[in-house]
Write a protein that binds this ligand. Structure first.
Ligand code: CDP
Ligand code: MG
Length: 725
């Protein structure tokens, strides 16, 4: 299937607006770092580690980098994936004394990357993780007072800004993977610019009234957008790290691919039969695709001739537990070909050793938001074609250690039609929590220093939503409630659900439900073959009022299994450890009900953190309403009232305030019952607009919602007539 090919090595990733990594360059009068060859990593002794470090391309540029950071407020560092930026630069700065009066924060768009990088750097420093080197991601923190290098998600640092708007504790903030332009990265870039100015001019003083020390910012990127970052930070210097990239042969598919799963499977099997040893990296859009391809590869492998190498299939995606992620860094056993199935996490943020072949489906999942629905809940992960710059990054992964090959499961013509770079997330996602955060930071969302400004309509849409949630008053000022909403690591609507559970005396139930709604792993494991069996097995959890209370039933049954087996096992004198026994029982129970144990475990962790948040807000999270559904549903409505709908005579629904026509998704337990008034978690657009995660509410309860209760704060219905005004 792949016949046409081209050489795309060093050359094509360094195009007109970028440097040729082989040459020395001077840009804005700054040194270019020239590197040695990066080598595959060993996890071994401290000597091995030292050797590994000194062989990374960034190593020879150590002095230049340190002095550039010392002599400038902001520095942009550009270097190929794997050159050592993320793991080495923070150590260089630490070793050069830049942590003497402050911490170095290194932000990552993804939690998986933050954790695994912290672990790596701790290992390189020879210290236990969480001491000198720690991490902080949502729902999981490993730091101490002595932590000097802290890896965190960009979202966590934005949260810290809410508590400490000057980032007092930090001497350096490294914004890594800046090219990804996540929403939080963009918010950070704008905020960091403000903080630098305030610290410098002395506009703000520290707690003792002294002028604050300057905040150093390092922006790191793997693609060629350095000039834009430099322009944003008052034309700050750019440092290029020249890595070594081997040529990569690119093979495009000759005809358009209809089923990328099937094409990926065939391409892999063919490659495995015809090509010399070397590990394979397959880029797929999401976790489900990864799991299903892993299954097919495992099913087909026994059929290849026994003379062939063995195959080790390893998935890599955001929700994967850290112990499993670690496996991708280990060399495979002798005579085995490793095949890593990854999302775009492996594009730039995690470098996998040993890769010689890349199979690129050309797809990724992207969060998109539909402004025309006025923030109606249409914020969805959609499978989309990648950009040219992503395609180049992906193919580049095959040439890190030796010449490689990339199989693109799309035609050359499709490649040529790809956009150059991805659209920044801030221009395509729901801004509610971002705008609330900006308000808490005292910023004016209309005037904020955006690197790329979102549509005014999206900003206004979010302001209206926040006003409806009573987070803002009619003058657009932050309310006390607004500040409380922002203190939860949840979207504002769900924070409101949690807050209102206090007065409705059902916080225990609400935290269970909200934790399950928030977790990233999918709870229901369904595919076409098992759908019926799954529905049968799960029938007993079904609550007549809908999907939210069904979730509650599931969570509670899961915990019953855990705790009853715990007591059974501990009363058995010669049984194995109680914990293992109950874990095993829980696993079997999940399997029998087609539920994802990972999701339930994740929800348990989230709930622990939310309980902590509640304690800080003086909310007693133990308060329960027992089996009474009404308070729970009313709380959900308090927050989700913008996602409520009323049945029309034809059996479809009209979303309140938006007149959006929608139907109940077939996966909902209410699809047949069709109650007169519903609330829902999200909308899904396929052939029609479907509401998913649906519960029945009383029409009379709507009167109490801010949306219809115009007495509460003047006439609030006006802004809803057409989504935004
Ligand atoms: O940030 P950049 O892409 O420039 O490179 P890096 O993440 O600092 O990685 C440098 C080297 O460390 C690569 O060869 C990685 O394979 C290795 N590494 C690792 O073995 N384990 C990790 N958890 C992270 C990096
Ligand atoms: Mg990196």
């Amino acid at each position: 299937m792949h016949s046409d090919s081209e050489e795309e090595g060093q050359g094509s990733t360094s195009n007109a607006n970028g440097p040729s990594p082989k040459k020395k360059r001077k840009i804005n009068g700054v040194v270019v770092v020239n590197g040695a060859n990066g080598r595959a990593l060993s996890n071994g002794t401290s000597n091995d580690i030292k050797l590994h470090r000194t062989q990374l391309p960034i190593w020879t540029g150590k002095a230049a980098l340190v002095s550039a950071v010392k002599n400038n407020d902001t520095v942009v560092v550009l270097g190929e994936t794997g050159s050592g930026k993320t793991t080495q630069l923070p150590q260089f700065l630490h070793e050069a004394g830049l942590t003497r009066d402050g911490i170095i924060a290194v932000t990552q768009p993804r939690r998986v990357a933050a954790i695994s990088l912290a672990a790596r750097v701790a290992l390189e420093q020879g210290t236990p993780l969480g001491q000198l080197v720690g991490y902080n991601v949502r729902f999981d923190e490993h730091t101490t007072r002595n932590t000097r290098i802290k890896f965190c998600t960009d979202g966590m640092l934005v949260r810290e800004l809410l508590i400490d708007s000057d980032l007092d504790r930090y001497s350096v903030v490294v914004v890594d993977e800046a090219h990804e332009r996540t929403l939080r990265t963009d918010m950070l870039l704008g905020s960091l610019k403000r903080i630098q100015r305030e610290r410098k001019t002395g506009e703000k003083r520290d707690r003792d009234g002294k002028k604050m020390k300057p905040l150093k910012v390092v922006v790191m990127s793997a693609t060629l957008d350095a000039e834009r970052f430099s322009a944003f930070f008052n034309r700050c210097p750019v440092l290029y790290i020249s890595g070594r990239q081997h040529p990569v042969q690119i093979c495009h598919s000759k005809t358009p691919v209809e089923d990328f799963q099937d094409a990926a499977l065939r391409t892999f099997l063919q490659l495995h039969l015809d090509h010399p040893p070397g590990d394979v990296l397959v880029f797929l859009p999401g976790q489900d695709d990864i799991e299903s391809l892993a299954k097919s590869i495992r099913a087909y492998i026994p059929q290849v001739p026994p003379s062939q190498q063995k195959v080790l299939v390893l998935p890599l995606y955001g929700a994967l537990p850290p112990e499993q992620q670690k496996k991708i860094f280990d060399p495979p056993p002798a005579g085995t070909r490793k095949v890593v199935l990854a999302t775009n996490i492996a594009e730039t943020s995690i470098t996998i050793p040993g890769i010689r072949y890349v199979i690129d489906t050309g797809l990724c999942k992207e969060r998109s938001y539909h402004t025309r629905h006025g923030g109606s809940g249409l914020d969805e992960l959609l499978v989309k074609p990648i950009s040219k710059s992503s395609a180049q990054q992906r193919s580049g992964r095959a040439g890190r250690e030796a010449p490689g090959t990339c199989f693109r499961l799309y035609t050359e013509q499709s490649y040529n039609q790809l956009t150059n770079a991805p659209t920044p997330e801030i221009q395509r996602c729901d801004l509610n929590s971002a705008i609330l955060d900006l308000k808490c930071l005292g910023e004016d969302p209309m005037e904020f220093a955006y690197m790329d400004r979102p549509l005014d309509d999206s900003i206004r849409g979010s302001l209206i939503t926040l006003y409806a949630l009573q987070a803002l008053d009619s003058q657009g000022r932050l309310t006390r409630l607004g500040r409380r909403l922002a203190s939860f690591p949840l979207e504002p609507a769900l924070s409101l659900v949690v807050l209102s559970s206090q007065s409705r005396a059902c916080t225990a139930e609400i935290l269970d439900i909200v934790s399950l709604l928030t977790c990233t792993a999918k709870l229901f494991i369904d595919n076409a073959d098992t759908r019926e069996a799954a529905a049968d097995a799960r029938k007993k959890f079904q609550h007549r009022d809908g999907d939210h209370l069904t979730l509650l039933n599931i969570f509670r049954s899961f915990e019953d299994v855990l705790s009853s087996n715990l007591s059974a096992a501990s009363s058995q004198a010669n049984g194995g450890p109680a914990h293992t026994g109950s874990r095993r029982a829980a696993r079997e129970w999940c399997k029998a009900h087609f539920l994802n144990e990972k999701a339930l475990n994740e929800a348990t962790t989230i709930r622990t953190q939310l309980r902590g948040n509640c304690e800080r807000e003086k909310i007693d999270w133990k308060v329960s309403c027992g089996d009474d559904a009404e308070p729970v549903l009313r709380c959900l409505l308090d927050g989700l009232f913008r996602k409520s709908a009323i049945k029309a005579p034809d059996g479809t629904y009209r979303q309140i305030g938006m007149q959006q026509v929608l139907k109940i998704h077939p996966s909902s337990s209410l699809v047949d019952r069709k109650p007169p008034t519903i609330i829902f978690d999200e909308l899904l657009i396929t052939s029609a607009v479907y509401a998913r995660g649906v519960s029945a509410v009383h029409s009379s309860w709507l009167i109490d919602t801010p949306l219809l209760n115009s007495n509460a704060r003047g006439n609030t219905t006006a802004p809803y007539t057409n989504g935004h005004t």
